[in-house]
Design a protein around this ligand. Structure first.
Ligand code: CTP
Length: 424
């Protein structure tokens, strides 16, 4: 059967990309009905959208003609998936608060179909606590949210907030349409009305971390020496990114604070890129509160006391430039004694010898609940396999060598068990 998409376009500079999105969806044989908010009409016209969708385009809640032909309730239900692309900070805020003050937001409140929001906005608006709070709410309400791309913005700034490419949006739409009906997140809503659907136990098992916020650090940090040199380590970020992907897969809202690595952002994960340990600490603290924090980053222990403004030059004496080092803040230990300490705090410990002993000592020193001790004497750093032992106050669980992706899945299962209301 032909898939029916209700596409809601809100007003941002990225709205022009919705034309390409419609073209690609039509090419795949899908039916598209489009709704434009008032500000979206500044960027795309109903005329061009009408031509591409070959359907009437809806713009106004009080357009009597449209209301006679098709009521807004009907419009919101005659779709297999509702897609909001681009979703501005403003429409996300309205959605999160149940505001229905125009046709687009009324449809979003009236629909009984899965909703995919594809945000696009300025990087600061994206990272603003209010937006992140709204995203957290929407996620808990069962709205699917794509992570914006990183890159240069129309406003001249650089960062997270660009609308993902239409190809990627189409792939996500196809993935959601292919999910079994039991996966419909709206079926998981609590019982607001007598006839509201009940919790589905199957999706509870598939999404054991739904409604939880998991904060993860990954990768190395770079500590500048001068504008062209820095102190670094061999961490690839693979294990932390795999854990972020597994947590998102388990239904959690995931914030991934990543040091400089060349890895794609896992689907459904909010990524904050940082360079130094001090930036990582600020990003981690501003992402609190979290239900679980998993600190996988290989944070540099030291930074230069004073990074030089200009490139350091050899002075001809044959003596190396003096480099004074100072200790970096310990992010894991800071969280361990934080007023907003996550319920479950997990550290990683890269060791080459006396692995369990060192991990036990770190557990106490940093105030963590678990330390995942990994043996880095082989080629773990940068490789795809890992050998870990989970060290807790009650003992040591040694896992066999396995791919990092499996370590991630097993660890997230263990986290979900520990956070479950039935845990001891
Ligand atoms: N960690 C951190 N901030 C730091 C150093 C480490 O948050 N400045 C975290 C790491 O993310 C990891 C854990 O602490 O979860 C242990 O890291 P590791 O480098 O093994 O421990 P160190 O404290 O550096 O101890 P040592 O170098 O003495 O082994």
């Amino acid at each position: 059967m032909t898939s029916r998409i209700l596409l809601i376009i809100s007003g941002g500079i990225a709205a022009y990309k919705s034309l390409e999105l419609v073209r690609l969806l039509r090419k795949r044989g899908m039916t598209v009905r489009a709704v434009l908010t008032q500000s979206a009409q500044q960027f795309v016209t109903p005329l061009s959208l009408g031509a591409l969708t070959e359907n009437p385009v809806f713009t106004d809640l009080f357009n009597l003609k449209d209301e006679q032909e098709i009521g807004h309730i009907q419009l919101s239900r005659q779709a297999d998936l509702v897609v909001v692309a681009p979703a501005t900070a403003n429409i996300l805020a309205k959605m999160a608060n149940g505001i229905a003050d125009d046709l687009a937001t009324t449809l979003l409140l009236a629909t009984d179909k899965p909703v995919l929001a594809v945000p696009a906005m300025n990087v600061r608006m994206w990272h603003h606590r209010a937006t992140q709070r709204n995203l957290e709410r929407l996620h808990a309400d069962g709205v699917h949210i794509m992570t914006p791309d990183d890159g240069a913005m129309a406003c001249g700034e650089y960062g997270t907030g660009r609308l993902p490419e239409p190809d990627a949006i189409v792939a996500e739409i196809e993935r959601l349409l292919a999910l079994p009906k039991g996966f419909d997140p709206l079926a998981d809503q609590p019982d607001f009305a007598e006839d509201a659907p009940q919790f589905s136990t199957s999706s509870e098992t598939n999404a054991p971390l739904r409604g939880k916020h998991v904060l993860i650090t990954a990768g190395p940090t770079h500590e500048p020496i001068d504008p062209v040199r820095y102190i670094a380590n061999r961490s690839s970020g693979k294990q932390g990114f795999a854990i972020a992907a597994a947590a998102a897969q388990a239904g959690a809202r995931v914030t991934l604070v990543a040091g400089p690595v060349h890895l794609p952002t896992p689907q459904g994960v909010t990524r904050i890129d940082v360079e130094t340990a001090r930036e990582m600490l600020v990003a981690v603290e501003s992402a609190l509160p979290a239900d679980a924090a998993i600190m996988v980053a290989a944070v540099a222990d030291w930074r230069t006391a004073d990074a030089a403004d200009q490139k350091l030059k050899k002075d001809g004496s044959g003596q190396p430039a003096p480099l004074a080092l100072v200790e970096n803040p310990d992010i894991l230990a800071t969280l361990g004694r934080h007023a907003q300490r996550p319920t479950l705090l997990i550290g990683f410990a890269a060791e080459t010898q006396k692995i369990a002993d060192h991990a036990q000592a770190k557990l106490a020193r940093k105030g963590a609940d678990w330390i995942v001790a990994n043996d880095v004497s082989g080629d773990v750093m940068g490789g795809d396999a890992n050998s870990v032992q989970i060290v807790t106050a009650s003992g040591i669980d040694a896992w066999p060598v396995m791919p990092k992706s499996l370590v991630a899945e097993k660890l997230i299962e263990k986290v979900a068990d520990a956070l479950s209301p039935h845990a001891d």
